[in-house]
Design a protein around this ligand. Structure first.
Ligand code: FRU
Length: 497
């Protein structure tokens, strides 16, 4: 039975979608069918399609009582909308169907596990809502909430765990055939942790143990865990709130964190070996991953930042977009990301320029190098290794006073993204810098993936990534290069269409 709330949402999105022109959306990044989108949810492969659900409030371009939107794709680049699957229509989730994940059941149906937020006051008198975990089961199109919901409640929590900050279950099948769910929680110390729960049938769950704890190290509450093996290691991705910067590694506010270590499936023990940010730009949060049939671990994140949502004007018909799918690997103990290999299927033209001298602050404009939808790799080196340039900049989405820039300063070993002049009129973060150790010699490779409303910059083959959304008018499509000093560049640009 479809509830009235879900029926209303579906009717609304179907009508609103028609009023949004394709040209007003990104070309190959997913946006909400209408209204507001945040975290990716239930990213999965089911019945021959990639499925991506998302945190969704169809009725406004601002966050509201959460629904789950739904889109499917064959190539992770062209998405088709399906009707919304979850609406806050039960007593236990009337304040929202928060983030969660998906898994295929033994009988072939798909199960969604999400955080159900009910109506309750917290001890301080704030109307925060109790968070429990619930289930909906379906066929890739329609999903029915389980009559035994919620399946994990405050009664299952260990001592000191919060029932108000208990969310975002990531569920998987262990080697021994049992199921495990990792759920974020706020323990008594006020910072984040990830708890593990076990089940044999996906319906009945028991608390198992703490997988990892923040202990005040990385922000406060951790949100949206993902947990998987990769290249002989185990990776925990979480998105901490209230981060403090630590050198160039983490920045203020909502951030991303990757813990790499080892995991013992039998005991559930995760031993951390290293930590790093996932993305060093402005807009990236709450990623989820899948393993593709040919064995690639692919990640998609919300290409927005809670503290900087104001970049999108409130009257727009959609707000929020997903990042490009990114293939993950571990090299030299670091998480690397490269753009989803399927992107090359969208290439239109290819333009190559080799050994171009960029010198003395004179703008260099190259034939065939412009546009807002493209994949462009720029290999940079000094013209004279004895006299390294101070800075080289690439400006894009440029017209008159509009532009966004990415610049590299070898003496600082930093790359900076700057969208101050992208057309934003809000007092939010517009710049971020990333430290790239080993770049003092003046050599670096920057791969820019531009879509109409975003820039994703992969540094040195994905060792570091910087992501930013930008809402510059689309006619701003000039690209130019300039340097303080003498640099030489090779440019390879593929148009995307
Ligand atoms: C992360 C998050 C999740 C929560 C969802 C609510 O961005 O805060 O923890 O489930 O958004 O929309």
């Amino acid at each position: 039975m479809i509830s009235q709330a879900l029926r209303d949402a579906r009717r609304y999105e179907e009508i609103l979608e028609k009023t949004i022109e394709e040209s007003q959306r990104p070309l190959f990044h997913l946006t909400p069918r209408c209204g507001w989108m945040n975290d990716p949810n239930g990213f999965s492969i089911y019945d021959g399609f990639y499925h991506l659900f998302y945190q969704y409030y169809p009725y406004s371009s601002k966050w509201g009582p959460m629904h789950w939107g739904h889109a499917i794709s064959r190539d992770l680049l062209h998405w088709n909308y399906l009707p919304a699957v979850l609406a806050p229509d039960q007593l236990y989730d009337q304040k929202g169907c928060f983030s969660g994940s998906a898994i295929t059941m033994e009988d072939g149906r798909q199960l969604l596990m999400y955080t159900s937020v009910g109506e309750t006051m917290d001890p301080a008198g704030f109307d925060s809502g109790i968070q429990t975990q619930s289930i909906a089961i379906g066929d890739g199109f329609e999903y029915e909430k389980y009559s035994g919901n919620p399946v994990i409640t405050e009664a299952d929590l260990p001592e000191g765990a919060s029932r108000f900050d208990f969310r975002d279950p990531k569920v998987w099948k262990a080697e021994d055939g049992t199921y495990v769910a990792a759920v974020a929680n706020r323990p008594a110390d006020g910072s984040g942790s990830v708890l593990l729960f076990k089940s044999t049938d996906l319906l009945h769950w028991k608390y198992w143990r703490v997988l990892a704890s923040n202990r005040g190290r990385f922000g406060s509450m951790w949100e949206c865990p993902d947990f998987f093996s990769l290249d002989g290691k185990q990776v925990l991705l979480v998105s901490p709130q209230d981060m403090h910067p630590s050198g160039f590694e983490y920045h203020n506010g909502n951030g991303t964190l990757c813990l790499i270590g080892t995991y013992d499936e039998k005991t559930g023990e995760f031993v951390e070996e290293s930590n790093q940010a996932i993305d060093y730009g402005i807009d990236f949060y709450a990623p989820q991953t899948i393993e593709t049939p040919d064995g690639h671990r692919v990640m998609i994140g919300w290409m927005q930042n809670w503290d900087a949502c104001a970049i999108r004007a409130p009257y727009e018909k959609w707000a929020g977009q997903m990042s490009l799918p990114r293939e993950l690997s571990i090299r030299n103990g670091r998480l690397y990301q490269s753009p989803w290999r399927g992107l090359s299927s969208l290439y239109t033209d290819t333009v190559i320029h080799k050994n171009v001298l960029v010198s003395g602050l004179d703008e260099v404009v190259l034939e065939g190098i412009s546009g807002r939808c493209l994949d462009m790799t720029v290999r940079i080196r000094p013209a004279d290794r004895e006299k390294i340039f101070h800075k080289i900049s690439i400006r894009f989405a440029q017209k008159d006073n509009l532009r966004t820039g990415v610049s590299f300063r070898p003496y600082e070993q930093t790359v900076k993204i700057d969208r101050k002049y992208s057309g934003s009129c809000r007092a939010i973060v517009h710049q971020r810098r990333c430290l790239v150790p080993g770049s003092r010699c003046g050599e670096i490779t920057l791969r820019l993936i531009l879509d109409r409303y975003s820039a994703e910059i992969f540094i040195n083959d994905g060792e570091y990534v910087m992501t930013a959304s930008l809402f510059t008018p689309l006619e701003a499509e000039r690209i130019c290069f300039f340097a303080d000093g003498d640099a030489v560049i090779d440019v390879e640009k593929h148009g995307i269409g």
